[in-house]
Design a protein around this ligand. Structure first.
Ligand code: COA
Length: 241
């Protein structure tokens, strides 16, 4: 931890934060969990008992990464040459979305990854997440669970808190933290000069990114794509193959 934090602090970070409405996702999750509950009641399934927000957040993140692969890249810094000059650094694009998930465990913070998320369904991700959580809680994660992470997500929402300043893990260029969603009033534009106050459910998300590789506009574009899926979860069906 100390070594990787020291490496992380050598990365010139910048932050980006905004909010996402979780209302649509909450309804979708409610409907799916109702279905899972009925299936379990009738003993018809080996599917998970229920899905948390996380598998949806992770899948939507991967869909956005497909459009903005720079955030999944690795920056390899230059090295000092024999002539005393440092060679130029370079970027390595990585086709697999091996998404690291920060996990709070009795042994402290661990960050295993869900590999190749771009090929997985929401259900596959839920099953991987539950398996990793179980291993993490028992301190039994194998070393390969930590290898080749390409980007990281940290959801603090099961505990509490809204805004974080997450630290970018080494060999990656971006991390996002998700805060606890809250019921809050928001104003909806009715487009005829009128507005209405609605009851919304809002989560704040906070990015840190490596400014040698990405700029604020790139993170903002990526965020808008991710947010669009979370606020219009019908896209999960549109993207089914
Ligand atoms: N807003 C509101 N509720 C949330 C939420 C959010 N952002 N995230 C999770 N929850 C809720 C879940 O929906 C679930 O509620 P339910 O039982 O009513 O369905 C409850 O919190 C517990 O969720 P959990 O079982 O922990 O699953 P998860 O898939 O949401 O989260 C982890 C999995 C591994 C991310 C989480 O357990 C964890 O360890 N988070 C801490 C990460 C951390 O320490 N980050 C800091 C790094 S410095």
């Amino acid at each position: 931890m100390v070594k990787s934090m020291r490496q992380s602090l050598e990365i010139p970070h910048f932050g980006f934060s905004d909010e996402v409405s979780m209302l649509q996702l909450k309804d979708l999750r409610h409907s799916i969990n109702g279905y899972l509950k009925r299936q379990h009641k009738e003993d018809k399934t080996d599917l998970p008992q229920k899905l948390s927000y996380m598998p949806f957040l992770v899948k939507a993140f991967s869909l956005a990464l497909t459009k903005y692969p720079l955030l999944n890249a690795q920056y390899v810094p230059g090295k000092p040459g024999n002539d005393g000059r440092t060679t130029a650094g370079h970027l390595v694009y990585r086709p697999d979305h091996n998404i690291g998930i920060a996990m709070d465990t009795p042994g402290g913070l661990v960050v295993p990854n869900i590999p190749r998320v771009q090929h997985k369904s929401v259900l596959d991700i839920a099953q991987d997440l539950q398996r990793l959580q179980k291993l993490a809680q028992n301190g039994q994660l194998p070393p390969d669970a930590f290898q080749n992470t390409t980007i990281t997500m940290s959801n603090i929402g099961n505990i509490g808190g809204r805004n974080l300043s997450p630290v970018i893990p080494p060999d990656t260029v971006c991390i996002v933290a998700i805060g606890r969603s809250q019921v809050l009033p928001r104003i909806r534009d009715l487009h005829d000069g009128k507005f209405e106050v609605i009851r919304d459910e809002i989560a704040t998300v906070s990015f840190s990114a490596d400014h040698r590789v990405v700029d604020g506009a790139s993170v903002a574009r990526f965020f808008v794509d991710w947010k669009n899926t979370l606020e219009n979860p019908g896209r999960f069906i549109m993207e089914l193959k």
